[in-house]
Design a protein around this ligand. Structure first.
Ligand code: NAP
Length: 280
């Protein structure tokens, strides 16, 4: 039976550390780290994420602003808001909640956020820094996975690490962080041939596909560490991962549950990045 990696507990531990560092920061500087979150339109999932981010800020003692913008906002208006936030001294981190309504250009907005305030690490400048291993901001979800591995005492160096998924948000930066931690990394995607043969080589398997229960026991080596990034809604509304937990849990050495694994870490890493931005 696998040991469960408890993302809620590890996340709470890291938030307590951030809270303590923030109190010290406020004592020294006389102001709090500030995060601005911009949400355009009324996508219910985005609203939940934004509420959780605001709550996270309050928990650790940050200043936060939520800019709720109408769904017919123009590109020029959104750009002007980003410009204002870039210039605002109270704001150290800016996050534009994605996806944006179709008429708005996400790339244009992400490029407009000052790289020093880009706490999601989506700006090409920060993406480039991740590539060369000179991190300023770590991309939140992959950084959360790294923290789970480190705090569970899982050695990465020399291990066969397989990442399924190659998105810019999760798969690619995940592979890069594992590589910099001296893992031997393979990245798989929808065109990968003989996927289960590749995944069965993994000592550490990170799954970020977006398909419920995709990874079964036949894809996992006995004793592997299995990290499930997937977040899928079942028909009954319940959240489930990309890994078939009941099949894989008996053969893995460590496994993350969904919910309660990678999910709670993402906002925690956003808070870490905001503190980093304020400190620099
Ligand atoms: P995405 O942009 O849709 O990327 C999915 C990746 O999976 C793609 O690279 C795709 O390959 C690959 N894929 C799809 N079907 C496949 C198959 N049959 N075999 C092998 N690879 C396959 O998704 P994402 O943004 O990376 O998110 C992935 C999952 O993580 C989603 O469930 C998302 O909700 C979740 N997520 C969770 C958090 C969190 O905080 N826990 C944060 C972000 C995302 P191609 O490139 O070839 O199409």
């Amino acid at each position: 039976m696998a040991k469960l990696i408890d993302g809620k507990a590890i996340s709470a531990q890291i938030r307590a550390e951030i809270k303590e560092e923030t109190a010290q920061f406020i004592k020294e500087r006389g102001y709090a780290p500030g995060l601005a979150v911009v949400i355009v339109g009324d996508n219910p999932a985005s609203q939940v994420y934004v509420r959780n981010k605001k709550r996270g800020c309050e928990e650790v003692g940050f200043y936060s602003e939520v800019h709720e913008c109408p769904k017919d906002m123009t590109q020029a208006e959104l750009n002007a808001l980003v410009d204002r936030l870039n210039a605002d001294e109270r704001i150290h981190g800016i996050l534009v909640q994605l996806p944006l309504p179709k008429h708005l250009n996400e790339t244009e907005v992400l490029l407009r956020i000052s790289p020093e305030k880009d706490v999601d690490a989506f700006h090409p400048y920060n993406v480039g820094k991740i590539m060369i291993g000179d991190y300023h901001f770590l991309p939140c979800t992959p950084a959360g996975v790294m923290a789970l591995l480190e705090r569970s005492g899982i050695e990465i160096s020399g291990k066969n690490c397989v990442v399924i998924g190659r998105s810019n948000i999760v798969g690619k930066p995940m592979a890069m962080l594992l590589l910099h931690a001296n893992g031997t990394v393979t990245v798989c995607h929808s065109r990968t041939k003989n996927l289960s043969e590749v995944t069965r080589q993994a000592d550490i398997l990170v799954v970020a596909i977006g398909r419920a229960d995709f990874v079964g026991a036949d894809m996992v080596k006995e004793g592997a560490v299995v990290i499930d990034v997937g977040m899928n809604r079942r028909e009954d509304g319940k959240l489930t991962g990309d890994v078939n937990f009941s099949e894989v849990e008996p053969i893995a050495s460590y496994i993350t549950p969904v919910p309660g694994g990678v999910g709670p870490m993402t906002i925690t890493m956003l808070l870490r990045n905001t503190l980093t931005a304020a400190q620099s």
